[in-house]
Design a protein around this ligand. Structure first.
Ligand code: FAD
Length: 462
């Protein structure tokens, strides 16, 4: 390969996509370096999926202690230490960070602890070391960054980045946003005992997810104590004389709280990267435009992960990184299929979803078959919990192919991973029905749904 450059591949960003691409390319014999300006592992490991899930686990215990009584347990006095949780979480993140570093080194990848920016199509400037290196191929895998609106007093607000390192658990918190990160953090803070308000400027949060799930989740979150308010936003944030925050809302009311967390979207990390100098084309959100092999308009520059704003999830970034390395360094062209992506929202209750929502399927096909059920899971009979589990199958009428599965309830994320295999394979409703149920489980409902759901008007006409 190109001996005239310092490296065959230079990767900017050691997150989910960059790490995978670096390791696979090095495995195929390429001379690879990866630059990281913060911590190896990237968002998911350091301040995303992993620490978030640990906090979700922590926040479930209050409910678990309460529910234990129905099963004969007497739980003594309970106390929660945020400080201990964060210290334990940090220890685990340090361990994972160490593993990522070791894996890269073992694969023969050189790690450069510095911000890196492009100087031209083959030259990267390492900011910390103030030196330039050259590479035949360059992969941009710089991820995304929380977006915050420029309202007065926004400097008093935090994002998910800071939420993982708060010195103490706020007594009262307001979470702003309607995406999955906002919903997950509202559940975390509420479960840990903070008086939690979630504000969303639209009519219903989790746009893009199945409407039934969105509505039922909203009801369940309210039952659990989250003060959920839609069609509202913050106009202004002010620090009060007693150190609290006074939020002036868009309806003119004032809400006092101790902390405000914005989870109002994430913008691709492309600012100041030198992409314009290298001639790399960007889309309207600042995302790097790529083809199906993750190649930009510049022949030797590629981009994977959140910076391309395709499907902003870790397993997708990993796949794109792997496909890039296989395509470019192993002569094995792979285009990642983004059409069926199973995913979970670690809300409380949890959501698992794969394939088309009912609304998407109707818009695409007109006629569709819907099977759905809502029930109180078995555990609730003794725990006393009134929480509902909900499941829906979206089925194509002619082929009977299951186009989408949507679940709200405990361990939905685990269930949807397995169901995702069937949906990816193109399984039909008849094949779901032919699958023997596992009893007693909640997910057995997925293979025993008999009655096609009729919209209320059609029911009345029957
Ligand atoms: C709170 C939160 C929860 C999440 N939960 C989930 C979840 O449950 N499941 C899921 O699938 N996804 C989740 N995600 C999304 C997931 O983290 C991202 O999709 C994933 O990390 C994207 O990988 P990436 O390689 O594109 O970028 P990243 O993992 O963000 O890595 C980019 C890296 O590049 C570095 N970098 C940026 N610019 C430069 C530069 N100029 N020079 C050097 N280094 C640079 C950054 O420091 C970073 O380490 C979550 C995200 C957040 C914020």
């Amino acid at each position: 390969m190109a001996g005239k450059y310092d490296y065959d591949l230079f990767v900017i960003g050691a997150g989910s996509g960059g790490v995978r691409a670096s390791r696979i390319a090095a495995g195929h014999g390429a001379r690879v370096a990866v630059a990281e300006e913060y911590r190896v592992g990237g968002t998911c490991v350091i301040r995303g999926c992993v620490p978030k899930k640990l906090l979700v686990y922590a926040s479930h215990f209050a409910e678990d202690f309460e529910e234990a009584a129905g099963f004969g347990w007497t739980v003594g006095e309970t106390r929660f230490s945020w400080e201990k949780l964060i210290a334990n979480k940090d220890r685990e993140i340090d361990r994972l960070n160490g593993i990522y570093i070791r894996n890269l080194k073992n694969a023969g990848v050189e790690i450069v602890e510095s911000r890196a920016v492009l100087k031209d199509a083959h030259t990267v400037h390492l900011v910390k070391e103030d030196r330039d290196v050259t590479a035949d191929k360059i992969l941009v895998a710089t991820g995304a960054w929380p977006f915050m609106p420029a309202i007065p007093g926004i400097e008093h607000a935090i994002t998910s980045n800071e939420a993982f390192h708060l010195a103490e658990l706020p007594k009262r918190i307001v979470v702003v946003g309607g995406g999955y990160i906002a919903v997950e953090f509202a559940g975390i803070f509420n479960g840990l005992g903070a008086q939690t308000t979630q504000l969303y400027r639209g009519p219903l949060f989790l746009r893009g997810f199945d409407d039934d799930l969105r509505e039922i989740l909203a009801q369940e979150m309210v039952k659990k104590g989250v003060d959920l308010r839609m069609n509202i936003d913050i106009a202004k944030i002010e620090r009060t004389t007693v150190g609290a925050l006074a939020l002036t809302l868009t309806d003119g009311s004032v809400h006092e709280t101790d902390a405000v967390m914005y989870a109002t979207g994430r913008a691709p990390n492309t600012a100041g990267l030198g992409l314009e100098t290298a001639g790399v084309a960007l889309g309207p959100k600042g995302e790097i435009l790529v083809d199906k092999f993750s190649k930009t308009n510049i022949d030797n520059i590629y981009a994977v992960g959140d910076v391309t704003d395709r499907a902003n999830l870790t397993p997708v970034a990993i796949r794109e990184g792997q496909a890039f390395a296989e395509t470019v360094f192993n002569g094995n062209p792979i285009a990642v299929d983004h059409s069926v992506i199973p995913t979970a929202v670690f809300s409380q209750p949890e959501m698992g979803t794969v394939g088309l929502t009912e609304a998407e399927a109707r818009a695409k096909l007109g006629e569709i078959d819907i099977y759905k059920t809502s029930f109180r899971p078995m555990k609730g009979t003794l725990s006393g919990s009134e929480e509902k589990t909900f499941m829906k199958l979206v089925v194509e009428p002619q082929s009977q192919r299951v186009l989408g599965v949507h679940i709200l309830g405990p361990t939905s994320g685990e269930i949807i991973q397995a169901i995702g295999i069937a949906v990816t394979m193109g399984a039909t409703k008849a094949q779901f029905d032919a699958t023997v149920a596992v009893h007693p489980t909640a997910s057995e409902e997925l293979v025993t749904l008999k009655e096609k759901w009729q919209p209320p008007a059609a029911q009345a006409a029957d």
